[in-house]
Design a protein around this ligand. Structure first.
Ligand code: PLP
Length: 392
């Protein structure tokens, strides 16, 4: 009667175990004179920028006025926001039709829901370590998963050499948790692979705004051939502090066809059937992110996180601790010193430095021996945490 595949899901112990260990530690340790610093959580801390707040205030006013009030909006998103996203891509030389842009309540829902378009026996390639949503949503459907080894040897950026055919491939760049970023040549290899074997690339660009080097691709659609093999998920969560507001967008190109049918049409049909759109007020706020003023203010927030990441990578470099990420990503993925395993390094950092991070093993088998720190904290906390980590 119920979906038996749910039995196959591993309980998500990672963040609950961290919370339990931290709570137990706080009972016994003196955290008053040396407060705990949380460098583990992937949520942002900087507030919404003024342009977003003012656009939403105005939208709320409209909603309270006869004549300006709006009820159900278009399922695919209001035209004004889709055009803003279209212009955002055009700024990087990517031509999109507004019909190819779907406004969502964040990347996570679309990443899970897109699977409805695909057979349950398709083989899925998922990098390890990885954002756990890709794995769990496929387990729920009972799809066969093949893990792609992401490790120190390949810079945590697996490539398709010598891979057999697959149905779906997840790529996340800049990556959560490793902070690694694919370059153009590497993404071209994935696009060629997908076009050769008929796979669909599910490209998660949730952290694209953190890329500072213009030679690095921020969208899969910067790569020739991607329009026939890729879907892109993006989000304003980390870019503009929308983790609690909920707004993202998914791009499904017109040329993307499988079994003679258009995936864009299927996704439109799915969304119009099961989704009633993102609220008008939130879409007005999201549109403000793409105005020149919104972009300038958003850059200031990103600069704040970038500087945190710089402080972190500088300290790790000085301490000769190997790491990836930090340059084009809010995540720094470090190798636990002395070959320590992820959880014992977690315990040591908690007990000896009063710093909380995320054990890499929680993101997959290849995460063992690694540790994730985030740049989303305050400047003072970041400086202090890195000093404590170094003095360990
Ligand atoms: N993709 C990745 C790689 C993420 O790390 C996250 C959030 O942490 C998401 C997607 C989900 O973002 P959203 O808040 O838009 O649902």
């Amino acid at each position: 009667m119920v979906n038996q595949h749910y039995q196959e899901l591993k309980d998500s112990y990672l963040f609950s175990t961290i919370a339990r260990k931290v709570a137990e530690f706080q009972k016994t340790a003196d955290c008053k004179s040396r407060p705990l610093i949380r460098m583990g959580i992937g949520d942002v801390t900087r507030p919404l920028c003024p342009a977003v707040v003012s656009a939403m205030r105005q939208a709320v006013e409209e909603m309270g006025q006869e004549g300006a009030f709006r009820g159900y909006g278009p399922e695919q998103g209001y035209g004004f926001l889709r055009q803003a996203v279209q212009m955002y891509y055009a700024g990087r030389g990517i031509g999109l039709d507004t019909d190819e842009i779907f406004i969502s309540d964040g990347a996570k829902s679309d990443i899970g829901n897109i699977l409805e378009l695909f057979d349950r026996d398709l083989t899925v390639l998922i990098p390890d370590p990885v954002y756990p949503v890709y794995v769990d949503t496929n387990i729920m459907d009972g799809r066969p998963i093949v893990f792609l080894e992401a490790n120190e040897e390949n810079g945590f950026l697996p490539l398709p050499d010598e891979l057999g055919p697959a149905g779906l491939v997840y790529l996340c760049s800049p990556n959560n948790p490793t902070g690694a970023v694919y370059n153009r040549e590497q993404l071209k290899q994935w696009v060629d692979y997908a076009n050769d074997c008929g796979a669909v690339l599910l490209f998660d660009a949730a952290y694209e705004a953190f890329i500072r080097d213009p030679s690095l691709p921020r969208s899969i659609f910067e790569i020739e051939g991607a329009r026939t093999c890729a879907i892109e998920f993006c989000s304003l969560s980390k870019t503009a502090g929308f983790t609690g507001m909920r707004c993202g967008y998914t791009v499904v190109p017109q040329e993307l066809e499988r079994d003679g049918g258009s995936l864009r049409k299927m996704w439109l049909r799915r969304q119009t059937t099961k989704f009633n759109g993102v609220s008008y007020v939130v879409q007005r706020g999201a549109t403000a992110v793409f105005t020149p003023e919104g972009q300038r203010q958003t850059e200031e927030t990103l600069d704040y996180y970038w500087e945190n990441a710089r402080i972190m990578t500088e300290a790790l470099t000085a301490g000769r601790i190997p790491f990836t990420g930090g340059a084009h990503s809010p995540y720094v993925w470090l190798k636990c010193p002395g070959g320590e395993d992820s959880w014992s390094y977690f315990d040591r950092l908690l007990h000896e430095a009063h710093v909380v991070g995320t054990p890499g093993s929680g993101f997959g088998r290849n995460g063992e021996g690694f540790f994730r720190l985030t740049a989303f904290g305050t400047r003072e906390d970041t400086r202090e945490a890195m000093q404590r980590i170094r003095s360990l």
